[in-house]
Design a protein. Sequence first.
Length: 169
Amino acid sequence: MPSRCLNRVTLIGNLTRDPELRYTPGGMAVVSFGIATNRVWVTKQGERKEDAQFHRIVAWNKLAELCSQLLSKGRRVYVDGRIQYRDYTDQENNRKQITEIIIDDMIILDNKGNGDHADMADLSAPAAPIENDVSGGAGTQVAEGNLDDIIIPDDIGEPSAGKTDEMPF
């Protein structure tokens, strides 16, 4: 009996840099950009703590071109895709590993709009899904809201002091 596996990543965050669009020698569009996700919690002592994670995002084909046209640094987006690890050798002959999120869906969650591309889309309209043409999946709807204000108690989000080998859940 075959076992089932799942490699799915869903992120909501802000772009840390403008998308960089390139084309492969075969003519396929590929874009990369960064997203920061933030987590805020309050300790038992009432101290507010913050943590930021940075993710490398990659899109291909039509979705890559749309990301390049519609996104810019600071935009808030929802992305959905899969995690991928790649090995490479740097200029000093050291082997390195890169972690990327290969997306097949993207939804713009803010109404900022880039002045250069304001005529391309009505960004004041409700957010609509933008899907990669190879995904074949149904559109995803995401409710707008501020996820930065979620409070996670110490005993859920962080391992207990002195028990670092034990997962909190």
